[in-house]
Design a protein around this ligand. Structure first.
Ligand SMILES: [Zn+2]
Length: 230
């Protein structure tokens, strides 16, 4: 069932090694069919070269496997919490891409130093805290999702489609799996440029608010004018 969804999720997963975002089997993409409430996700620990569309695992939002011969990605409970709490998203990516993960390991959000960042993400890309020992022991992957959801409770998860988990790595999302991958690639580039920016000028300041606003809102929202009319 949901063959087109599995095909899309397979293709989105294959974009991760292509863009240099994953090593070995680290990383996963999922996409949800909102009508049925079923999402497709990469199986756990299967090499990218061996992956086929048929290998994608179908899950429901109660955490039951609906279809698939493999176990789903171990990060599935994190994806599930994000789908339940963020109704406007349709795809999620998790990687250990090195530049974004370096910021996560340093325990720092990524300040907005330029328009590449501002075009896609509004303001500082947040880094959420470590889970407590109790949270890790109770349900590590689920509580990672709960923590992200808690952070965004009073914030705009559409304007900020990325988060860093301290000492771990990034999650990104979008309207579908392909857009979530796109945002993961942008995040990695922005993370790399921000690190170099601070290396060149350790006293650098964030980009001016009016410049960030101009770049974000010319691409997003009611008055967007970037690109071609559909
Ligand atoms: Zn991870």
């Amino acid at each position: 069932m949901l063959e087109e969804l599995k095909q899309r999720v397979y293709e989105a997963n294959m974009q991760l090694p292509k863009h240099g975002l994953v090593t070995f089997t680290w990383g996963n993409v999922s996409e949800i069919d909102r009508e049925s409430g079923i999402f497709a996700i990469k199986p756990s620990g299967v090499d990218y070269e061996k992956l086929t569309p048929e290998d994608m695992v179908l899950m429901d939002l109660d955490g039951n496997k609906v279809e698939g011969k493999y176990n789903p990605s171990s990060d599935t409970p994190t994806h599930l919490e994000l789908y339940k709490a963020f109704p406007k998203i349709g795809g999620i990516v998790h990687t250990h891409s090195p530049w974004a993960t370096s910021w996560a390991q340093a325990g720092r959000g990524i300040p907005c130093y330029g328009t590449t960042h501002a075009d896609y993400m509004y303001g500082e890309i947040p880094c959420v805290r470590n889970l407590t020992k109790e949270e890790i022991d109770e349900a590590y992957e689920k509580n990672t999702g709960v923590l992200i959801v808690e952070y965004f409770r009073d914030k705009d998860y559409v304007g900020m489609p990325a988060v860093l988990c301290k000492n771990h790595g990034p999650f990104t999302w979008g309207k579908d799996g392909a857009e979530a991958v796109h945002n993961a690639v942008v995040l990695e580039e922005v993370a790399k440029m921000a690190a170099r920016t601070e290396m060149i000028n350790p006293r650098v300041k964030t980009a001016p608010q009016e410049l960030m606003d101009k770049h974000y809102y010319r691409k997003h929202g009611a008055n967007a004018y970037y690109g071609q009319k559909e």
